[in-house]
Design a protein around this ligand. Structure first.
Ligand code: ADP
Length: 218
């Protein structure tokens, strides 16, 4: 089903969201107070309009309530981002995702009812640092402040051992959700599955437990 999105703020982040959603075949309205930005997106988004999102009447006249999902991608102007989010929730928009500049901004956005808060610079920084810090970790996805999904490359020490042998659920509280072996992907592997060197284990769990597993086993 085609969903409708409105993206407020067509900077680097909002612009990238707008392009990707359009490429995915979604209906996207781009809104920015800067006419140049709007012109740039006129050919990309389904619609692009000039408007100040801190003006409730502007949002009302665009029928913002009828969009399935609104993304507040205003960059440096934290006050405008907060006010826009507040108005969107007051107008009854079902799903609002807002971009935070820092932890305080994030706290306020959550408090005023943003359904989802993203912090792209911080999250990408963590992700890259995590990948750099551990040679076995090939990718990392933060689920919450304490939980992640990581892709870990199995070394020779794990080769020939089964999941049951290693007892990773009991010893580390982790679950292997899938194993990538070359082109093959084994989803929800059985306990009797044998691991081989260079298998990529997709593991879900608490960050401390993942860390313990990496240090002890790899
Ligand atoms: P990024 O870091 O994602 O590039 P920017 O700060 O460059 O973020 O872009 C944010 C965009 O949001 C700018 O194009 C700016 O014109 C727009 N913007 C800021 N405040 C408002 C507002 N009140 N209403 C509409 N657009 C806004």
């Amino acid at each position: 089903m085609k969903k409708s999105f409105a993206v407020i703020g067509l900077g680097r982040f909002g612009g990238s969201i707008c392009r990707t959603l359009t490429d995915e075949g979604m209906e996207v309205l781009g809104i920015d107070e800067n006419e140049e930005r709007v012109n740039e997106f006129a050919m990309i988004a389904s619609h692009a309009v000039v408007g100040d999102s801190t003006d409730e009447n502007v949002l009302k006249s665009l029928g913002i309530r009828n969009f399935d999902h609104v993304i507040v991608a205003i960059g440096d102007d934290i006050q405008a981002s907060i006010l826009t989010t507040l108005i969107l929730k007051e107008l009854g928009v079902g799903r609002v995702t807002a971009k935070a500049q820092n932890d305080y901004h994030e706290k306020v956005l959550r408090k005023i009812g943003a359904d989802h808060v993203v912090h792209p610079e911080r999250d990408m920084g963590r992700r890259i640092a995590h990948n750099m810090a551990s040679s076995n970790v090939v990718d990392y996805l933060e689920l919450s402040d304490e939980h992640s999904i990581v892709e870990i490359v199995a070394n020779g020490k794990l080769s020939g051992r089964t999941i049951m042998d290693m007892d990773i659920r009991k010893k580390y509280g982790l679950n292997i959700v899938a194993i990538k072996r070359g082109e093959e992907i084994i989803v929800s592997p059985q306990a009797k599955e044998t691991l081989y060197e260079n298998d990529v284990l997709i593991v879900i769990g608490n960050d401390t437990d993942i860390d313990r597993f990496e240090k002890k086993v790899l």
